[in-house]
Ligand binder design. Structure first.
Ligand code: FAD
Length: 411
């Protein structure tokens, strides 16, 4: 299969590469580096400017496997230096707090390191390693997905260009074009829209605690997270259609105080918000994650509510599977990896979807007629966790991240 290896070429408005990556978020950026490490060429098309992508405040909790993946391709040094390894999290409810001790239960940690920082490290490595990235290039059409030379048509700087390739990696997020390029009737979709959102703020204040606090309260969920010792990230459950402007800083801090245990509130340092946004919560999965020469990864194929901190981590495991499948195709001449990609990735995706759904239903207040029953179930889930080492171990195993199982590991 050596003839499949050829470098990117560019003639006028016609480009050729091996793997066209649509989307330069975490999934697309990491995939380009994994492919580069395997000697496979790619071109990344990103609709936004680099500065815009770097400014998006999103995830902040990295699973054990995500950290290992970043280290394995030499982009973990700043994370290891500036991130915070956490040995546990705290779940507060009914005036009590349960600490889930990851280190004791499963011998692992999570890393607190913002998605903006991960993206920054990935872009630096892409620059250093000469990955071709076309910024402000919006993919508008995909063709030839059932043939051997699919193409991506994109616009950049007022011109329309075509990128020809062997494979297209759809890493363009939930609202991207790649999933929509799959003909009607091919994909099955599964969705759960939750009747609330999260209002999140960022403030240049010291974190309330040295580990995250998730709080279940009759007025709604709250989360105390952080980015570093002078940057805190807090969330409160709110109606999904609330405007951030409806929440003054004072209103936000008052609501947060109400939902947290008194012991935590005593340590709360408030200050002006430097970012404020409302995120609706949904679970969504599109199956399969492959159509012909198009392979979907990350948010392009699935969305989880942020409660379990899984979105970014799933993007990472998807592209680990995807890079392995393409390595298998280019270097071993085998279609086994690409044929197994969707099933392999979806097995892990669905486990994270389940955990995120479970944690969301346990920690939030549901504004509907059944909420008295649901509330009792949520309290009972938390009480069970409080008293059962087995339940805490299952929580810790999922929160720190289930292992990746590449098809060749299974064999
Ligand atoms: C508002 C928001 C808040 C979030 N908060 C959290 C959180 O608190 N905790 C958590 O764990 N997770 C959170 N997530 C989830 C997490 O950030 C995502 O799961 C993660 O970013 C997925 O990475 P991705 O690369 O698959 O997709 P994305 O990060 O969405 O990247 C997709 C990229 O594709 C580009 N693109 C789109 N269309 C095109 C096109 N036509 N042509 C070229 N490029 C295109 C986009 O500009 C983007 O850069 C949040 C997500 C969002 C959207």
């Amino acid at each position: 299969m050596g003839e499949r290896l050829q470098v990117t070429s560019w003639t006028g408005s016609h480009m050729r590469t091996q793997v066209a990556i649509v989307g330069g978020g975490p999934a697309g950026s990491l995939l380009s580096l994994l492919l580069r490490a395997a000697g496979i060429d790619s071109v990344v098309l990103e609709r936004r400017s680099q500065a815009y992508v770097l400014s998006r405040i999103r995830a902040g909790v990295l699973e054990h496997g995500t950290c290992e993946t970043l280290r394995s391709i030499g982009v973990g040094a700043r994370m290891d230096d500036q991130g915070f390894g956490h040995d546990g999290v705290n779940l507060a409810f009914g005036g009590r707090t349960v600490r889930i001790d990851f280190a004791d239960l499963v011998g692992r940690q999570v890393m607190i390191y913002g998605q903006t920082e991960v993206q920054h490290d990935l872009y630096d490595a892409m620059d250093d390693r000469g990955v071709t990235v076309v910024d402000e290039a919006e993919a508008i059409a995909l063709d030839g997905l059932r043939g051997d030379t699919p193409t991506v048509t994109f616009t950049t700087g007022g011109t329309t260009e075509t990128l020809e390739c062997d494979w297209i990696a759809g890493c363009d997020g939930y609202h991207g074009v790649t999933r929509q390029a799959v003909p009607d009737g091919v994909l099955s979709t599964f969705e759960r829209v939750y009747p609330f959102g999260w209002l999140g703020i960022l403030s240049e204040t010291p974190p309330i605690n040295d580990e995250l606090i998730y709080a279940h309260h009759p007025r709604g969920f709250a989360l105390c997270s952080m980015r570093h010792e002078m940057l805190s990230r807090y969330y409160v459950q709110c109606p999904a259609d609330d405007e951030p402007d409806a929440w003054s800083d004072d209103r936000f801090w008052d609501e947060l105080r109400t939902r947290l245990p008194d012991t935590a509130v005593a340590n709360l340092k408030t200050g002006p918000s430097i970012e404020k946004s409302v995120t609706p919560l949904r679970s969504f999965v599109a199956e399969p994650m492959r159509h012909g020469r198009l392979l979907l990864a990350g948010d392009a194929a699935h969305i989880v509510p942020p409660t379990g901190a899984k979105g970014l981590n799933l993007a990472v495991s998807d592209v680990v599977y995807l890079a392995d499948a393409l390595r298998n195709w280019y270097h071993d001449g085998s279609t086994d990896g690409v044929d197994a990609y969707s099933d392999t990735a979806l097995l892990r995706v669905w486990k994270a979807v389940r955990f995120s759904w479970w944690m969301t239903t346990m920690m939030h207040t549901f504004p509907d007629a059944d909420d008295a029953f649901d509330e009792r179930i949520a309290e009972t889930e938390l009480a069970y966790l409080e008293g059962s080492r087995a339940a805490q171990t299952a929580f810790a195993e999922n929160y720190t991240g289930l292992p990746y199982r590449l098809p060749r590991d299974a064999g």
